[in-house]
Design a protein around this ligand. Structure first.
Ligand code: MN
Length: 253
């Protein structure tokens, strides 16, 4: 069992170190990750320049300037002369709930593993200010979940988005399958001034959960449960196909 471990927080981040160590009991792990924090990189590929890969230690590689998607893409299609059996990403330093999944580099790295046609897993720890940073507990959950995957593989070709409440292991209440909720509009951009008096802006923080009712990932986390959402790539709004088709009729030729 060869497990590729990536993330979007960079190859030295607390979460990836914990994840690689926790999964090493299931097989040989290879860390292949960005050289620095690329949170929010989504599914971006670097197409305007070549990428350099450096070996940082035993089975640990970083890609200079690479995005999470670059890393997984390279590792699965060209860098190694062997194939991986599973891709795991994280453990992200922060939640990836609801709409976060569209922006997340952690989720993107897992999704890039779709080349494998195997279940791929993104892990995120729902760190809040002062919540304790229980990466050890999250890593234990990750080890159990991957163990379950190996014991009973799921249908091929999707990504599990796993969020773990930032609690000591004993206080985690359980693990549940969820759907993605969504967030309120994000906070406004924050204007700051550079030393020469010119305006600059910080993108504002994400909004609170809006669709956070029972069954959602937000709800599970708020109740102290690990949330596991199966993701698919198809963004088609199937329920709107007939409406849009009808709406286009006046333009038909
Ligand atoms: Mn991150």
């Amino acid at each position: 069992m060869r497990i590729l471990v990536s993330n979007d927080d960079g190859y030295r981040a607390e979460g990836i170190v914990h994840l690689a160590a926790a999964l090493s009991g299931h097989g040989s792990t290879t860390v292949f990750a960005p050289d620095r924090n690329r949170s929010g990189a989504s599914n971006s590929l670097t197409l305007d320049m070549p990428l350099r890969v450096f070996e940082a230690g035993p089975s640990t590689y970083f890609v200079s300037g690479g995005t999470p998607t670059d890393c997984v893409h390279l590792a699965l299609s060209g860098y190694f002369d062997f194939e991986f059996d599973l891709v795991c990403s994280g453990i992200n330093d922060g939640a990836n709930l609801g709409d976060d999944t569209l922006y997340s580099g952690t989720v993107a790295a897992a999704i890039e593993g779709r080349f494998l046609g195997l279940p791929t897993v993104a892990f995120s720890l729902c760190v809040e200010p002062g919540s304790g940073r229980h990466f050890d507990a999250a890593a234990r959950v990750a080890r159990e979940l991957v163990g379950r995957l190996l014991e009973q593989p799921l249908e091929r070709g999707f990504t599990l988005n796993v969020n773990i409440p930032d609690l000591p292991y004993e206080q985690i209440r359980g693990i549940v399958a969820t759907r993605l909720g969504n967030r309120h509009r994000s906070e406004p951009a924050i204007a700051i001034t550079d030393p020469r008096g010119r305006n600059m802006y910080w993108i504002g923080p994400a909004g609170e959960g809006q669709d956070a009712g029972e069954g959602t990932d937000f709800h599970a986390i708020s109740q102290g449960y690990v949330s596991v959402t199966p993701l698919q790539i198809d963004l088609t709004r199937h329920s709107a196909l007939a409406t849009v088709s009808q709406w286009l009729e006046p333009l038909a030729r």
